[in-house]
Design a protein around this ligand. Structure first.
Ligand code: UT7
Length: 330
């Protein structure tokens, strides 16, 4: 019997209309466009209006996904929403998405692995398809990072943006689809990138709000060092384990946290810039949305059978790489 693999059969991406430029940030904190561009590669990011959550952007992305791959919502078996900024602590944002699109035959859950969430979700979803038990999984990456960013902190507010992306995972016996994953996490990294308040240890109180504990806390230089090392290591490992040389790879699909991290990862893998998906200049770091937004932006350049290497690093620490053969032509 032919091996069942999980293929990505459609993609949709969305960023909100409102743009926050480096020039805008110059008026908010002590920074400048030149510093932000040279240190991060970011020129602008998109910000969702107040009163709307990650599911709002997810639904826009799903609408575009459905336009590419028309689907009866009743056929969806499961919804995995990878997010660090769920609409609410509970219920899961996946369930709100399911209700909004009428996926009444699906079960849903959120997956939290910070910036590596979509990579983990892709792996979990693929295993569910490979089991033969599930035929259609809606995998979403969505984050309203602006809801947890302190716009008085120049070390974090310049980096993050809001956005969402969504893909379908479906069984494929042609040889294309999800091939391999190398995933890791290390809770020792928690102290360098986290949000102190809002969880069960320090639930919201006047004190946590006064202390600004409901915002992203990051020790950037330390995270940077880990990210460069671990992302490159993950890409090298997955290439070695699958006997892939640089010339076999069509595209590296890297998490968009800092262009310098992306460049270092590509260089260690021997991949030239034209084989590296890049949109950090326009969106900043959209956390769980970076990878599907890359697929969305590059969809017309992808061909059936292309070897793609996804890679990410994020809070937790979490990191890894996935090897997938692209299965559609748009
Ligand atoms: O996606 C999740 C994982 N996150 C990441 O991968 C992010 C990893 N970290 C980074 O991308 C970088 O560390 C940052 C972009 C956050 C910071 O860049 P850096 O080159 O590591 O800068 P730094 O933190 O070492 O700071 C260098 C200098 C400092 O000034 P002094 O001490 O040298 O006088 C900072 O105070 O740059 C200063 N600085 C700024 N200057 C202008 C920090 N932020 C800014 C700013 N504008 N926005």
């Amino acid at each position: 019997m032919a091996t069942i693999r999980a293929s990505i059969t459609g993609v949709g991406g969305y960023v909100p209309e409102h743009i926050l430029t480096n020039k805008d940030l110059e008026r908010m904190v002590d920074t400048n466009d030149e510093w932000i561009v040279t240190r991060t590669g970011i020129r602008e990011r998109h910000i969702l209006e107040k009163g709307k959550g990650s599911s709002h952007m997810a639904l826009q992305a799903i609408e575009r996904l459905m336009a590419m791959r028309p689907t009866n919502p009743l056929e969806i078996d499961a919804i995995i929403c990878c997010t660090t900024t769920p609409d609410y602590i509970f219920p899961a944002t996946a369930n709100l998405i399911g209700a909004a699109i009428g996926a009444t035959n699906a079960f849903g859950f959120d997956l939290q692995a910070a910036c590596s969430g979509f990579l983990y979700g892709l792996t979990v979803g693929a295993q569910m398809i490979e089991s033969g038990r599930y035929k259609k999984i809606l995998l979403v990456g969505a984050d309203k990072m602006s809801s947890i960013i302190n716009y008085e902190d120049r070390t974090t507010c310049i980096i993050f943006g809001d956005g969402a992306g969504a893909v379908f995972l479906e069984p494929d016996t042609s040889g294309n689809g999800f091939i391999d994953a190398y995933l890791r996490s290390d809770g020792n990294g928690a102290e360098y990138l986290h949000m102190k308040g809002g969880g069960s240890v320090r639930p919201a109180s006047i004190e946590t709000v006064t202390n600004k504990e409901h915002y992203v806390y990051q020790e950037g230089a330390i995270v940077f060092k880990f990210a460069v090392t671990k992302m490159a290591e993950a890409v090298e490992t997955i290439m070695r384990n699958n006997h892939l040389r640089a010339e076999d790879i069509a595209f590296l699909v890297p998490h968009q946290a800092n262009k310098r991290i992306i460049d270092a990862t590509a260089e260690r893998a021997g991949l030239p810039p034209e084989k590296v998906m890049l949109n950090i200049d326009r969106y900043g770091n959209t956390t769980n949305a970076t990878l599907p937004l890359c697929l969305w932006d590059y969809r017309h350049q992808l061909k059936k059978g292309d070897n793609l290497i996804f890679a990410a690093f994020g809070g937790g620490f979490t990191w890894g790489a996935v090897y997938l053969k692209w299965a559609i032509e748009v």
